[in-house]
Design a binder for this molecule. Structure first.
Ligand SMILES: O=C(O)CCC(=O)C(=O)O
Length: 518
């Protein structure tokens, strides 16, 4: 039986952005065994001098090369925390990696929302995704703890380039940071470069936490938490960390954690995170939060949406999104067309809270001649109760920009969680994007040729199949696609999509453990 989080722990997840869980069913010997397995993978990588170890030895094959890792993933305390955050039926993404801490410092970053720091959609804010970090040894200040920026999961940096393309990864210092600094002998220079990079966010009172934990601990974090690997001291033994990703497949209709409080207890939450935490708490209970604003609060929120820093823009977008009047909607829609990417981005989050009321306007925005507006409008239409189906289907077929098309595919997946969507039409359009040649590969980051749009389409198929029965001909179509698809992540998500009953899921589990030879 999974052991669910209580209100206090769930609030910590929504506010701090992470919880630490101690597995109950493994002992020190098990964790030592897993440390040795991680060590052996690094030994093998060094012996082979492999240039593709990240794709074969250290990444993506962990459940095959270290099948015992499943005991951590399935531990009652660990599985209970995951279920509390993502509900039943959460999906283990096929990408994974075992990290070794290094003598150099890693810069602060948010993990790209597709493997190897690629981008398929805007960050969710809702508990839709989590990162799972398992440390088989104790982590101390000596052996390179992961450093986390508490509460940072709802903020982002701009990604658009002047030529209309976008930055795939999310280093916190943008494209401009000199990475040599973080490997140099001058530790003080490293520390000030790191501090400066965070100062560049312009967000006050950021709290940095070096995560020191006992052997065997698991950090379950919001996917979008800003973090980094900190340096290990020369005298220290290797510190390993197994990283996995999980995703939600169902829209919440009731709390999945051990919930007693109707409203989120906000007293200890940062002022600028309160609207977001409050809204997410209600969403996780299957409810929608409304908080009507008086006119002076509305005016203040309208001003901050446009002129505030990132933290203020996001907070005001949520305040306007939870308000009930037309004026707030107008402000958010205006924000979607603003010159500043950060305002367009924040406005999209506010609009997602009320996209049933602005479906028409968002559908029109999906046709804007400004590509950035189209990207954010498509993203904003992705909510289970959104009327955006037709506009998104059109974008999926006709949109030229890969990021807008990928956002449309992702949003269709979110919308396909709804029992009332036209599942048949959505599925058929998604599968059309997955046939050979429809979506050519558009990235080779990390030496793996793949398409960000196909990955978003496969995610959407999985969301749909988790909420609607797939008719036999659709199952056959998905299975046929699995046999021709070259992208391991697309294959993984499609295989999960056709695995509809517990017997199928056992087959998937067996295949994951045999991936080397399967
Ligand atoms: O090794 C660590 O502590 C963090 C590494 C990490 O999160 C990353 O590379 O994204």
């Amino acid at each position: 039986m999974p052991h669910l989080l209580d209100d206090e722990a769930y609030l910590r997840f929504l506010d701090d952005g992470y919880v630490v869980v101690e597995p109950e069913s493994l002992d020190d010997g098990d964790h030592e065994f897993l440390w040795n397995r991680a060590d052996a993978l690094y030994e093998r990588t060094r012996a082979l001098k492999s240039r593709t170890a990240h794709l074969e030895i250290l990444g993506d094959n962990l459940r095959a090369s270290v099948p015992e890792i499943d005991r951590v993933l399935e531990d009652p305390a660990v599985a209970g925390a995951i279920e509390s955050i993502l509900d039943e039926g959460a999906f283990l993404h096929p990408h994974n990696f075992v990290h070794e801490s290094l003598a150099r410092d890693q810069p602060f970053h948010q993990d790209g929302n597709l493997p190897w720091n690629e981008r398929g959609h805007y960050r969710s804010h809702r508990p839709d995704w989590l990162i799972f970090l398992y440390y088989p040894q104790a982590v101390t200040l000596e052996n390179g703890p992961t450093e986390i920026v508490r509460c940072s999961q709802y903020w982002a940096t701009d990604i658009e380039r002047p030529d209309g393309t976008w930055r795939p990864g999310d280093p916190i210092s943008g494209d401009s940071f000199a990475p040599e600094v973080l490997g140099g002998d001058d530790l003080a220079a490293r520390d000030s470069a790191l501090a400066e990079s965070l100062d560049g966010l312009g967000i006050p009172d950021l709290e940095r936490r070096l995560i020191e934990v006992p052997a065997g601990s698991v950090v379950i974090g919001n996917y979008d938490l800003i973090h980094r690997g900190s340096r290990t001291l020369p005298t220290s033994a290797a510190r390993y960390m197994f990283k996995f990703y999980f995703a939600r497949t169902r829209e919440p209709t009731a709390p999945a954690w051990n919930n007693l409080a109707e409203l989120a207890p906000l007293d200890a939450v940062r002022e600028d995170l309160r609207p977001i935490v409050e809204s997410n708490w209600a969403w996780s209970r299957g409810e929608r939060m409304q908080r009507p604003l008086d006119s002076s609060a509305r005016t203040a929120a309208q001003g901050e949406l446009v002129a505030g820093g990132e933290h203020l823009k996001v907070a005001s977008a949520y305040r306007l999104g939870m308000d009930t009047g037309e004026a707030s909607l107008d402000a958010l829609l205006g924000g979607l067309f603003d010159e500043a990417e950060s305002t367009r981005r924040a406005a999209a989050y506010g609009l997602r809270l009320r996209c049933d009321e602005v479906g028409h306007a968002l559908a029109e925005a999906c046709m804007s001649d400004r590509v950035s507006v189209r990207r954010f409008a498509a993203f904003a239409l992705g909510a289970a109760w959104s009327p955006g189906e037709v506009a998104l289907l059109d974008r999926l077929e006709s949109e030229r920009d890969d990021l807008a098309r990928s956002n449309a595919a992702y949003a269709l997946g979110q919308l396909a969680r709804s029992p009332s969507c036209d599942a048949h039409t959505i599925l058929s359009c998604l599968l059309d994007r997955l046939v050979a040649g429809a979506e050519p590969d558009n990235t080779e980051v990390a030496g793996l040729s793949r398409s960000t749009v196909r990955q978003s389409a496969a995610y959407a198929v999985l969301q749909l199949a988790s909420n609607h029965p797939l008719p036999p001909d659709a199952r056959r179509r998905v299975s046929d696609l699995i046999t021709i698809e070259r992208d391991r992540y697309v294959v993984g998500m499609l295989a999960e999509a056709v695995a509809t009953d517990s017997a199928d899921r056992e087959v998937i589990r067996a295949l994951a453990a045999r991936r080397w030879s399967a």
